[in-house]
Design a binder for this molecule. Structure first.
Ligand code: SF4
Length: 557
């Protein structure tokens, strides 16, 4: 072998090793490199060999060298010029879901993506917002009434009572009463309540100070004729006399309502829509994207500027990245709070996945680990982001982390992905539910996965039909999924379920961007209607009551 050949061979070996290192550092590495061994003129030979080896490795595993950009333009070519999406089958006019979904979607990103303590948006963030709301109402009572006050009392009903203990609902409710808000509460305050449950706190109402403790939060009837399965009442009492009482509902995703609630008045959206079909029509008619339509609507409904809307999405993106990082940094032998004694696994899965021989396995393992990391943070009661709920708080962050920190995608693409994902979540909230107590796990992980598929497709500039198809696929394959948390704790099956939701979202994007888009037979509106109908028919034992499924088949010892 000549010196030159020796040098070439050594170069190739070292290039292959470096390529392995690139792939090891980046489990979702872009494998778009070409296989040609010809070094193009003007290109550094050593660099070229590294890039070729990366592509070669990927091609050996997958037989594929198509980039996401190539895939997007291929997908775009399969979108028909006029996209006549079929309307979903009509539902009976007297269904609550139909009445609720009659007007245009008016939800905004700051209502939808909420930062708060885990483990559940409906059982932790919602109740804390409720008692904080009551505390503010009570503080406004006339001084002569407040002077008589002797006691604050919270009664939890339905699913809040059935599984509230596992979610720490009583701690969240007490925190709101003492004036803590979900976005700013220090999770250590809640941990302190768990570790020292006898603590007493003074609540200042005018000149009056009332002592409250966990004893003032009562786990009441689990069954009854409730207006919503997550119902609670809060009272201010003077002995037996009721000075102020309000019945509240934690309706999912941290949203709250109360008896006599009327939605706040909002400005009309620039592009009104109540179905994905209409949203997509706006995007296609105006030759723009779903994300841009959502941005225009956010601005017209709230009066905010583009910079303000994106500043909010940035806050949420950063919080999502932080929750994954925080989860991955936990010690491998960490045990989550609660009777299951569940060991944290995110860091172990990530570490071992990175040692895997095959890049595809490293990618799936890493994405799963990101979702496990954020979901375990939820299980610890640390700060998470509802997207759409606390139980599903691992799904969107896993994809956001993969796009931002691994794929190093431009932030603007991820911002737009967040807006398209929100549109999907709004539609599910508008026509179906985000509450596991109303619709089982399909309403949490299913919606999160659907949103995440829309996020990825949008971030890769997919046409609106492909964004819809990806979101539809992800939701379709969660239909019927029940909610049966073991011991009422948002850990089993919830944490792994987030990993599956994230991987399914990626799979849905892969299918949608590789299929002939116009041949996709099911539209998102039809699948959301199916979600609503399935939620209605689902046995209540599978709606976050811990009365069936894994909650009874798993024995804790
Ligand atoms: S099973 Fe699903 S819906 Fe139920 S608490 Fe867990 S993540 Fe939420």
């Amino acid at each position: 072998m000549s010196n030159k050949e020796d040098e070439k061979s050594a170069d190739e070996l070292s290039a292959t090793q470096e390529a392995r290192d690139v792939l090891r550092a980046d489990p979702l590495a872009d494998t778009r490199e070409l296989l040609s061994r010809e070094v193009p003129a003007g290109v550094d030979r050593r660099h070229f060999l590294i890039r070729s080896a990366v592509g070669g490795a990927a091609a050996v595993m997958t037989g594929c060298t198509v980039s996401d950009a190539d895939r997007t333009s291929k997908a775009a070519a399969t979108v028909p010029p006029t996209q006549a999406a079929k309307a979903p089958p009509p539902l009976a006019a007297d269904l609550n879901v139909v009445k609720k979904g009659a007007g245009p979607v008016l939800t905004t990103v700051d209502e939808f993506y909420k930062v708060g303590p885990g483990p559940s948006s409906s059982h932790t963030i919602g109740p804390m917002r409720i008692t904080y709301d009551f505390y503010q109402q009570a503080a406004k009572l006339p001084a002569d009434k407040l002077d008589k006050a002797t006691k604050l009392q919270v009664n939890l009903f339905g699913s809040l009572s059935a599984t509230g203990k596992g979610h720490g609902t009583e701690r969240a409710a007490l925190a709101g009463l003492v004036g803590k808000e979900p976005a700013t509460v220090d999770p250590k305050f809640l941990d302190g309540l768990r570790d020292k449950p006898d603590q007493v706190f003074p609540v200042k109402l005018g000149n009056k100070s009332i002592d409250v403790s966990l004893k003032d939060v009562i786990y009441d009837a689990t069954k009854g004729d409730f207006k919503h399965p997550n119902q609670m009442t809060v009272k201010l009492l003077a002995g037996n006399e009721v000075l102020l009482e309000q019945e509240y509902y934690s309706v999912g995703g941290g949203f709250i309502e109360w008896k006599g609630y009327t939605p706040p008045k909002k400005n009309p959206p620039k592009y009104p829509f109540r179905l994905m079909k209409e949203l997509r029509d706006h995007a296609d008619t105006n030759k723009t994207t779903i994300a841009k339509i959502m941005l225009a609507n956010e601005m017209s409904i709230t009066g905010r500027t583009e910079e303000e809307v994106y500043a909010f999405t940035d806050k949420i993106i950063n919080a999502m990245v932080a929750t994954v990082k925080s989860g991955l940094s936990m010690p491998e032998d960490d045990v989550l709070p609660g009777p299951i004694k569940l060991h944290s696994k995110a860091a172990t899965v990530y570490k071992r996945a990175m040692d895997d021989k095959f890049q595809a396995d490293r990618g799936i393992g890493a994405l799963s680990a990101f979702a496990l990391a954020a979901s375990e943070e939820n299980g610890r009661g640390h700060l998470v982001i509802t997207a759409p709920t606390g139980g599903s708080a691992g799904v969107m962050p896993a994809l956001v982390y993969a796009l931002m920190e691994v794929r190093k995608l431009d932030r603007q693409k991820v911002r737009e992905g967040m807006l398209a994902a929100a549109a999907v979540g709004y539609l599910c909230k508008h026509h179906a539910t985000l509450s596991a107590a109303e619709g089982g796990c399909q309403a949490e992980i299913g919606v999160a996965s659907s949103m995440a598929a829309a996020l990825v497709a949008t971030a890769y500039d997919a046409p609106s039909l492909v964004v819809e198809n990806a979101a539809e696929s992800a939701l379709e394959h969660h239909l019927g999924m029940t909610c049966d948390p073991v011991a009422g704790y948002v850990q089993v099956p919830c944490i792994e379920r987030c990993a599956f939701g994230a991987v399914k979202a990626w799979t849905a994007y892969q299918i949608a961007s590789n299929e002939i888009a116009s041949r996709h037979r099911v539209n998102l509106d039809a699948t959301v209607a199916a979600l609503a109908e399935t939620a209605k028919d689902m046995n209540s034992k599978y709606k976050e009551t811990s009365e069936a499924g894994l909650a009874v088949s798993v024995t804790l010892c």
